[in-house]
Design a protein. Structure first.
Lengths: 115, 114
C-alpha cells in the first residue's frame, strides 16, 4: 500500500451508465490529481486539486466531473462515457501542487472498461 | 511542444546483469526528475529522484544520472532481479507558465530472465 487507495480496482460500465471513482489518501498531502493512463501512452493529466480547490482542468470532456470534498478525498464522476475512455485511471497526491519532496504518490488505479 | 521520451520501449536482460534505461527530455527549464516503476496491475512507484543541481544520485541498487548538456536522464539498476521486471518511466518537473506540472515519458518495459 502506498497510502493512496483507489476504489473500485476494476469497473465495467455501459455508455449510458453513471459511476464514480474514489480516491483516498492518508498521507497528509494537500494536492490530489487524476491521471489517465492508456496503453503505450504517457500519463495524461486530467485534474489538479490543491487545498480542495481545482487548479487545473486539462481540457477534459465534461463527461468527466471531479469532486474534492476535502484534502483527503477525491472523486471522479463518470457519465455517458465512450469506448475510447477505457483506460487505467490513476489518482495521485503530493505535499502541494508543486510536486517537491518525492513528487507524487500514486494509487493502484481503477481499470475502466466502457462497453 | 515539450516532451519526455524513451529510447527503447523494451529491454530484456538476464538476472544478475546491470540494466540501463534511458530518457530524453526537451524542456531545458526542467529542474526536478523522478524515475517511477510500474508493475502490472499497480500504480507507479517512486524509485529515485534527482534535482538539476546534481548529475548523479545513488540509491539501493539504483543510480540516476543526469546530463543537462544533452538533456538526458538514465536509470541504472545493478544486479537486476526478476522482481525488477516492470515498466519504468521518467518524469520531469519544470515551470510552464504559472504551472509546475510534470511531464511523463511513455515508459520502457524491463524484462528480466532468470
Amino acid at each position: 500500500e502506498t497510502g493512496v487507495t483507489q476504489t473500485p480496482r476494476h469497473l465495467v460500465m455501459g455508455m449510458t451508465n453513471k459511476k464514480s471513482l474514489k480516491c483516498e489518501q492518508h498521507l497528509g498531502h494537500n494536492a490530489m490529481y487524476w491521471y489517465k493512463q492508456s496503453a503505450k501512452k504517457p500519463l495524461e493529466l486530467m485534474f489538479v486539486y490543491n487545498f480542495k480547490e481545482q487548479t487545473e482542468n486539462n481540457s477534459v470532456p465534461s463527461r468527466f466531473s471531479p469532486e474534492c470534498p476535502n484534502s483527503s478525498h477525491l472523486f471522479l464522476h463518470l457519465h455517458t462515457l465512450q469506448p475510447e475512455d477505457s483506460a487505467l485511471y490513476l489518482c495521485a497526491s503530493s505535499q502541494d501542487s508543486q510536486g517537491f519532496n518525492y513528487g507524487y504518490t500514486f494509487g493502484s488505479g481503477t481499470r475502466l472498461t466502457v462497453v | 511542444g515539450e516532451s519526455v521520451g524513451l529510447h527503447l520501449p523494451t529491454l530484456s536482460v538476464q538476472e544478475g546483469d546491470n540494466s540501463i534505461i534511458n530518457c530524453a527530455y526537451s524542456n531545458s527549464a526542467s529542474d526536478y526528475f523522478i524515475w517511477y516503476k510500474q508493475e502490472s496491475g499497480k500504480g507507479p512507484q517512486f524509485i529515485i529522484d534527482i534535482r538539476s543541481n546534481m548529475d548523479k544520485r545513488q540509491g539501493q541498487r539504483v543510480t540516476v544520472l543526469l546530463n543537462k548538456t544533452v538533456k538526458h536522464l538514465s536509470l541504472q539498476i545493478a544486479a537486476t532481479q526478476p522482481g525488477d521486471s516492470a515498466v519504468y518511466f521518467c518524469a520531469e518537473w519544470g515551470r510552464t507558465g504559472g504551472s509546475y506540472i510534470p511531464t511523463f515519458g511513455r515508459g520502457t518495459s524491463l524484462i528480466v530472465h532468470p
